[in-house]
Write a new protein. Structure first.
Lengths: 299, 615, 491
């Protein structure tokens, strides 16, 4: 029973952590078919900006919107410098975007290093108590208000993402561009603007996630790279380009990690091996990820 | 000034180029910069990285499959070639071929797992493959030596090589350079062969490649295997360089570096990977940055990356090729070459034997049905195409004509029913298999390989006729050359037939629309079909071009090839068809001679009556 | 077999941690050729054995090569190295240089790429003005064969060769020396401390299997040596987001001490998790009590610097954590490097700065003693010159000991928050080590030294006297019967 609770707590929290980051990858991939390797550095930018704002004396609730806004600006900057100059290209066979998105993240990280610093930092938790509840244990497994906030945010963002995509003009434009950029463009949709918006939203999401995750992972340079890549795997398993998929992928990885760690003290060591197998199984059965839309190819 | 598109040298000279340049390069480097040991070591690294880049380029640049996990094969090569093979008691020299075989086998295995995936998903599997190594190091600690790797205890005695002067540093450079030249030679042969053209065809349009008889899945596996084998051999040299095989060399950072080298130099070119590898290894300017701007170096490298790609999106060679293409274009404008058109009558198409009226039908469909989910696209269709017959297929848009063609050519599997081609049950045969049986097609939405030349497009059409296997192609054997020459001649004849001789060396994407349509027909004919499927060949054509098409179909028919013609252009259809089948909502509503069909009231109601709306 | 022992430090592994590794570091290390600076490079390929340049006229600079990660995940190591050497060279040059010659440091970046380290070595080996190399990055393994052939003096700082039996005389490369404290020795000492000084009977371990894959072996060895029972061995990977499963298993085993081997951020995460399950360490009696309240022991990389306490926030309670340390005392007046950094760079040390500076001085002193930059003569000088003092505590090498540190050089410290103890349950009683009167300006935690005075005083009595005199820590004494003095302010 305790094991089961532990697996659930681990799976839900770690899964939500990954899901929050994975959403950014998915969104950008949906519109541009590009994997934004600078997405991880959005976490770093957001985290350190929030830290700088808090250090300047502002409360964390003010730091959150500021960091999110700057994350969005950085997203736009990445689009303008790394994607726009490439013109029209096929991401599957042209590889310049790998180089440019990496380059953009190098620049972003160095700018943060020069302005805020590179030491690991901590920022206050967004939520210390819910109605006086400051955390408790369920059969010995601790749960804190911030953990609930992480899980709730991941699910809420997924729902909001779905609603925006299906119910709003902007969301419909996004889906149109995602399914057939050429046709969308013929229909008068400004594809460039849609793609740029997706980069902006992804940047904002990254910064938002960084603030949310700080109580668990702190504000560190490593977060961008390590968490970024794990989240990318989550996005792929769930189906790149799908909001629901990103969240599902996060939970798949979270629960796989939870089960491995609960059953063995060296579970973390064989995790990459197990994830590879899961990965292959998923892609053999569903080549576009669990919830990814198939790429339509015309004869 | 004339810039020949292909340089024709006597064969002895062609054969001497590689060894001579190898000799000159070794002589220059070892007596020049390589006299200093640090340069010698840089030379080793640059040469094996260049070999790696060439290998990965076969997969990523030519076949269009992006791998971000090839550094894994680098480590596999090191273990197999430099540690395990010598431990079995064989000469350390055998480590090189052993590494190639082991790497190729693993590459093939990985490919079998992931080649059904499309686009970036395949890449992601390679990425995951690359991350396996750290996990394997933990699991197989004793075999792999843990995180610190295994020492090379029996190194290859490279000091006996020519130019080495008994020095192992020089010897390793000689070995590495030989491997680079050998790789370059292999890649050059492959790229200009049946193998390379098929690769590029897959890259440009997998659908068309498959319909032209390329076994795309197997071909992708072979590309994976070849590139992995080459990277593995480089891994042996790196192991000899460090006298250590370290799993740390297999991280994705290295795999990314391979791709970045190619991206810098030029994807899908032979010179590009070498330029990229040498630039990255001998980056003096960057060394300056590193020494003087240690704290801002990521900023500088990042900006360089952004600016570099913006200036040369297709790499250095991409820009070079653009300039060359411009020069050639100008030159062609100056010299108007006379077009030697082969008149239709003067040319007989090469066709397969056993095409006689008494033989089995070219095609026989029995109760063929196709459902997409709940929608029935083709419903219970029976159709017989006799040898030498031109069989028209008409029907309103959405009546299932293209779906039917897709099922005949093997692109779309049937839901139920039977497909007999030349008397064989091919219901479950793949597109390449049917191409081998003699089914060949064109596409309504053109599926040309736009970044390949017009001639190469037709040569891929000859894929199945060109009996050259990958080994013959790689080593450029006499037989391969002979077959290649025959295929080129054949292609040029077909191009003459469709009036495209003058455009043979242009990129297919540069042709005007009508010529692209004719090129598709030439490509389809190159497969020596018994049954040719033409999907709306007249769509979008000028009336004069339609006339030309009419003649062409006549010639095809005259040579005994059966034709299924899907067409909205009634005049054309009525003029050339022997039999016409009319489809509506996926079912056959009429069949007969043009005259019979024209007078069939059901047809008139369903189709002819609304012709204006359709057009 | 030697090579079956995992020995690589985290520098080589950090890059590949997690699912993907240091792809980011790629660009940074792309093109880091070490293409030798052609102008100053006249050495022919024949000079492989030993470049006898002689001790030439003053005016020539003495160049020291430094191979370190200035980019990528391990860049913080590069920052420590940079600060240390910039301050130390400024000091040496300001006081007249070595034999009238100025000292210059040539830095080369390895990122996390071993081949970048090899290239850096190649370039340095052919620069005649480079008298020796400080190694703090990747590629030392890959360069060993060539270092041996060149007989190049190399001081390993932040690469731990000794622990894996990879340092002379265990192996043949005689020109390599190790400056930093080896992990194996440190775990040995922590085991001894847990058993002898605290009287614990069982201890657990949680370690980063990517960064310190060998911690488990050294831990097991130390447990056996000191007669301690093992209370669980757990692994995690750099940047894990949740330590719940591991902490729960450790809790069920009830070890009185828990060793953590990893980086500061993860240590903080583990400490927070322990706090969440209500198992914070309070004092030795509670650690030995029925419920699980382990005292945490660790290494300075993950625990000794104040970073972990900052990150862990209110979970970092007084006395929570004890680490072996030398560099943690960098703020003491007797640790000169701290003064130099303030003087020349206007910076404070973060921990670890003493090693690169002392490593560099080893090479400079060797030139002075040998009266030559001949490699063989320098190596002999290092082996015979006896005790040296420069940036921190004195150290020495010997012909049969290429490791600067010995067991007695280790100083154990317990970390506290400078802001005072956080409320604990049961209530914190014993310690009053934190004092608002600490006016030295150090913002980090305060320190407690090892309870056995002799143990910490053995090698560095001056340092210990200073600690006590300035009030940076307290000292307990163990009676012959094993009990502690009553007034001992230990946790």
């Amino acid at each position: 029973m305790t094991d089961l609770v532990q697996i659930f707590v681990y799976g839900l929290t770690v899964g939500s952590v990954l899901a929050l980051v994975a959403l950014g990858y998915s969104l950008v991939f949906a519109t541009s078919r590009v994997v934004n390797f600078a997405q991880g550095s959005m976490l770093v930018v957001g985290g350190f900006v929030a830290f700088a704002v808090v250090r300047a004396g502002a409360p964390i609730w003010l730091a959150l919107p500021i960091a999110t806004a700057i994350g969005a600006l950085v997203g736009v900057a990445v689009h303008l410098t790394a994607i726009r100059p490439l013109g029209k290209f096929d991401p599957a066979s042209s590889v310049g975007w790998i180089l440019t998105t990496f380059s953009a993240s190098l620049v972003a990280l160095d700018l943060i290093k020069m302005t805020v610093g590179a030491e690991p930092r901590t920022i206050p938790s967004l939520l210390n108590s819910i109605g006086g509840w400051k955390g408790s244990t369920i059969s010995g497994i601790p749960v804190s208000p911030n953990d609930l906030l992480i899980v709730a945010s991941a699910l809420a963002l997924m729902v909001v993402g779905e609603i925006v995509q299906t119910r709003t003009m902007g969301g419909r434009a996004l889906r149109a561009v995602s399914q057939d950029p050429a046709a969308a463009s013929l229909m008068g949709i400004n594809t460039n603007r849609v793609v740029m918006t997706s980069f902006a939203v992804a940047g904002a999401l990254g910064a938002f996630a960084a603030v949310l995750l700080a109580p668990r992972l702190f504000v560190k340079f490593d977060n961008g790279l390590l968490l970024g890549i794990q989240a990318f795997v989550a996005a792929v398993i769930g189906g790149l380009g799908s909001t629901r998929g990103a969240v599902l992928g996060g939970y798949v990885l979270g629960f796989v990690g939870g089960i491995l760690r609960v059953t063995s003290s060296s579970g973390g060591q064989i995790e990459p091996l197990v994830i590879f197998v899961v990965f292959l199984l998923v892609l053999v059965v569903r080549p576009n990820g669990l919830l990814g839309a198939p790429v339509i190819e015309k004869a | 000034m004339s810039l020949p598109t292909r340089i024709h040298l006597p064969s002895w000279a062609t054969r001497a180029i590689a060894p001579a340049s190898l000799f000159l390069f070794l002589f220059w480097y070892l007596n020049g910069p390589g006299a200093q040991r640090s340069w010698l070591d840089l030379g080793v690294e640059a040469t094996y990285l260049a070999a790696i880049a060439l290998g990965v380029n076969l997969l990523t640049g030519y076949t269009g499959l992006l791998s971000l996990g090839h550094a894994g094969f680098f480590v596999v090569g090191g273990y197999v070639g430099a540690v395990w093979a010598p431990a079995w008691g064989v000469s350390p020299w055998f480590g090189l071929p052993a590494a190639f075989v082991a790497g190729a086998a693993m590459g093939a295995l990985l490919a079998l797992l992931c080649c059904h995936l499309r686009g970036f998903y395949l890449t992601v599997v390679t990425l995951a493959f690359g991350s396996l190594l750290p996990a394997l190091v933990v699991v197989l600690k004793s075999a792999l030596g843990g995180t610190s790797g295994r020492n090379v205890t029996k190194p290859i005695d490279v000091s006996i090589l020519p130019f080495a002067n008994g020095d192992s540093y020089r010897g390793l450079f000689v070995l590495s350079t030989i491997v680079l030249f050998a790789t370059l030679w292999l890649c050059r042969n492959l790229v200009h062969s049946r193998w390379g053209r098929a690769s590029m065809a897959i890259r440009e349009s997998e659908l068309a490649a498959s319909s032209s008889g390329v076994e795309t899945y197997l071909h992708k596996v072979s590309a994976f295997a070849l590139s992995a084998g080459i990277v593995s051999v480089a891994g042996v040299i790196a192991a000899e360089r460090f006298l250590l095989v370290s799993p740390s060399a297999g991280g994705q950072d290295q795999s990314f570096r391979y791709v970045i080298m190619i991206a810098l130099g030029g994807l899908g070119t032979l010179a590009g990977p070498i330029i990229g590898a040498f630039t990255l290894t001998f980056g003096f300017g960057l060394t300056w940055v590193q020494e003087h701007l240690v704290n801002q170096q990521n900023l500088v490298f990042g900006l360089l990356g952004l600016v570099g790609v913006a200036l040369a999106p297709e790499g250095t060679m991409g820009n070079v090729n653009k300039v060359l293409a411009k020069l050639r274009h100008r030159q062609r404008k100056d010299a108007s070459s006379p077009v030697t058109a082969v008149t239709a009558a003067a040319y007989t198409l090469p066709v397969r034997a056993a095409l006689t009226a008494s033989g089995p039908p070219a095609l026989e469909l029995s109760a063929v049905t196709k459902r997409f989910g709940g929608v029935v696209a083709v419903n219970d269709v029976d159709l017989i195409v006799e040898p030498g017959e031109v069989h028209g297929l008409i029907g309103p848009n959405g009546s299932g004509k293209t779906t039917l063609l897709n099922m005949i050519s093997g692109i779309t599997p049937v839901t139920s029913g039977r497909v007999m081609v030349m008397g064989h049950d091919d219901t479950h045969a793949s597109a390449p298999k049917r191409c081998g049986r003699g089914v060949s097609r064109t596409f309504q939405n053109l599926q040309l390989w736009k970044k390949m030349t017009v001639r190469d497009n037709v040569l891929v059409g000859c894929h199945r006729n060109l009996r050259v296997n990958t080994f013959q192609a790689a080593f450029g054997t006499h037989g391969a050359h002979k077959a290649e020459r025959a295929a080129v001649q054949r292609s040029d004849e077909l191009l003459a037939l469709v009036g495209l001789s003058a455009r043979a060396d242009d990129l297919a994407g540069a042709l005007p629309f009508a010529e692209q349509r004719r090129l598709e027909i030439a490509r389809a004919l190159a497969a020596s079909p018994s049954l040719l499927l033409l999907d709306e060949p007249a769509a979008g054509l000028h009336p004069s071009d339609v006339h030309r098409l009419l003649d062409l179909i006549g010639t095809i028919k005259a040579s005994g090839v059966s034709v299924i013609l899907v067409e909205h252009h009634m005049e054309l259809l009525m003029a050339v068809s022997d039999v016409i089948t009319v489809l509506e909502f996926g079912s056959v509503i009429a069949e007969g001679t043009p005259a019979e069909v024209q007078n069939n009231p059901a047809v008139v109601a369903a189709y002819l009556g609304v012709e204006e709306d359709v057009a | 077999m030697n090579n079956e022992t995992s020995r690589r430090q985290f520098l080589t592994w950090a890059g590949r941690a997690g699912f993907g590794g240091a792809a980011l570091a790629v660009l940074a290390s792309c093109g880091k050729s070490g293409g030798s600076n052609g102008a100053s490079n006249n050495v022919s390929s024949g000079s492989q054995s030993s470049s006898g340049n002689g001790f030439k006229a003053s005016g020539d600079t003495l160049k020291i090569g430094i191979v370190a990660p200035f980019s990528g995940v391990a860049a913080f190591v590069g920052r420590i190295v940079s600060n240390s050497l910039d301050a130390a060279t400024a000091q040496v040059n300001a006081t007249g240089g070595i034999g009238g010659r100025k000292v210059e440091v040539v830095k080369r970046d390895t990122g996390t790429d071993a081949s970048a380290g090899v290239k850096a070595y190649q370039a340095m080996a052919s620069d005649k003005n480079i008298i020796g190399i400080l190694w703090a990055g990747s590629g030392l393994d890959e360069s060993r064969a060539q270092i041996a052939r060149d007989n190049m003096p190399v001081i390993s700082v932040f690469v731990d060769l000794w622990s894996a039996h990879q340092l002379y005389p265990a192996t043949k490369e005689r020109s390599i020396f190790q400056m930093i404290m080896p992990d194996r020795m440190a775990l040995d000492l922590l085991g001894q401390y847990a058993k002898e000084d605290r009287g614990y009977s069982k201890a657990g371990l949680i370690y980063d299997s990517l960064i310190s894959p060998s911690a488990k072996d050294y831990f097991t060895e130390a447990m056996a040596k000191h007669g301690l029972a093992t209370a669980g061995i757990e692994t995690y990977q750099l940047n894990d987001a949740d330590f719940g499963p591991q902490v729960r298993r450790l809790q069920s085993q009830k070890g009185q001490a828990l060793m953590i081997w990893g980086l500061a951020g993860d240590t903080a995460g583990i400490v927070k998790q322990i706090d969440k399950v209500g198992a914070s360490y309070v004092d030795t009696p509670t650690a030995k009590g029925a419920s699980w309240r382990p005292q945490i022991l660790g290494s300075p990389g993950g625990t000794g610097e104040h970073t972990w306490a900052d990150l862990a926030g209110s979970s970092a309670k007084a006395g929570t954590l004890t680490a072996w340390h030398v560099g943690g005392l960098n703020y003491l007046p007797s640790f000169a490097i701290s003064g130099w950094m303030k003087k020349y760079l206007k910076k404070s040390p973060t921990g670890g700065e003493e090693s690169p500076a002392d490593g560099m001085y080893t090479l400079l002193k060797a030139v002075e003693v040998a009266g030559s930059t001949d490699r063989q003569k320098m190596i002999s000088a290092i082996e015979t010159m006896g005790e040296v003092k420069f940036a921190s505590t004195p150290f020495s090498y010997a012909a049969d000991r290429h490791l600067s540190k010995q067991m007695d050089d280790l100083i154990l410290i317990t970390l506290e928050r400078s802001s005072g103890p956080v409320a604990t349950s049961p209530a914190y009683q014993l310690g009053q080590e934190w004092k608002d009167t600490y006016t030295a300006g150090y913002a980090g935690p305060t320190h407690l030294v090892r309870p056995t005075l002799e143990a910490n005083k053995r090698a560095h009595p001056d340092v210990m006297d200073e600690v006590l005199r300035l009030g940076y820590g307290t000292q307990c004494t163990k009676h012959a019967d094993g009990t502690m003095t009553n007034d001992c302010k230990i946790h």
